[in-house]
Design a protein around this ligand. Structure first.
Ligand code: FES
Length: 275
């Protein structure tokens, strides 16, 4: 006979439930810290790389082949390099302390930081709450996502909308990457890198939990919404690979940006396949 069931347990608000206290530093004997340590190194590398690139304000566009790095897209200010503004410019430029890519970074950075997959990653590897099962937490108090700054994670769905718009912009940019040196159609290694990146970004954005809710949430009967059910089935399948898309797209964004920076700075030339 069950004396204590889940149903009879009181439901406490998030953040008020005590976490299991461990007197020892850890009860684990395995090398549990290896995985969070690797993840911390990857995340910190990306943060440092993105910060440096954002404040560079240069080497983001290759005029010959109209390659534009996703980190600076869309470039909509007067001071953008000529040709890099695929959507035109507004007659204003930000003050020097605001980088050209500030708007893009706010959308993309917010989307990644509030992502369920990255939350798991940085809660374990950087925030240390929790680090791992049976490992003592350095935090004295657990407030979950009820206080600043983690409360911002509850706004993930809005960052998803911003990311979806940026994805369409990246897709549009990718068509410009088929620009040959003589002005016609052309393909280079840069075009391929840009398209692989767009594919990974699409996989990451579409497999988002918020996207899954947008296409299939708040429905009482799937049978009355066959199209949404079909979409929900596809997104659900992709959702199972969300972590893979999250890391793969991180790598492809850095690779694309670095390649375009190198071409723009003249460190090497694009490998041309056609024109
Ligand atoms: S982007 Fe990861 S859950 Fe939405």
């Amino acid at each position: 006979m069950t004396t204590t069931s889940a149903r009879s347990r009181p439901t406490l608000p998030a953040g008020s439930q005590p976490r299991a206290a461990i007197a020892e530093k850890t009860l684990r004997s395995d090398r549990w810290w290896v995985s969070p340590l690797i993840m911390a190194a990857i995340l910190l590398f990306f943060v440092v790389y993105a910060t440096v690139r954002i404040f560079m304000n240069k080497w983001y566009f290759v005029e010959d082949f109209t390659y534009l790095t996703p980190i600076y897209s869309p470039c909509i200010f007067d001071m953008c390099v000529p040709g890099s503004s695929h959507f035109g410019t507004i007659p204003w430029s930000p003050p020097v302390f605001i980088p050209l890519s500030a708007i893009t970074f706010a959308g993309v950075g917010g989307f990644r930081v509030t992502c369920y997959y990255y939350r798991k990653a940085y809660y374990r590897s950087l925030w240390f709450s929790p680090q791992a099962c049976a490992v003592r937490e350095p935090h004295k108090k657990y407030t979950g996502e009820t206080r600043f700054p983690l409360i911002a994670n509850n706004y993930h769905r809005y960052f998803f909308y911003a990311a979806a718009v940026l994805l369409v912009i990246n897709l549009y940019d990718a068509f410009f990457a088929f620009h040959g040196k003589d002005g016609g159609f052309g393909i280079g290694l840069g075009s391929i890198i840009i398209w692989i990146n767009v594919a990974m970004l699409a996989g990451y954005t579409v497999s988002c939990h918020a996207c899954r809710h947008v296409v299939g949430g708040r429905l009482k009967h799937f049978s009355k919404h066959p199209l949404r059910y079909r979409l929900w089935t596809i997104v659900s399948k992709l959702n199972g690979k969300h972590g893979t898309f999250a890391m793969a797209s991180l790598v492809t964004v850095i690779t694309t940006d670095f390649y375009i920076m190198a071409l723009s700075a003249g460190w090497f030339s694009d490998l041309r396949i056609l024109n």
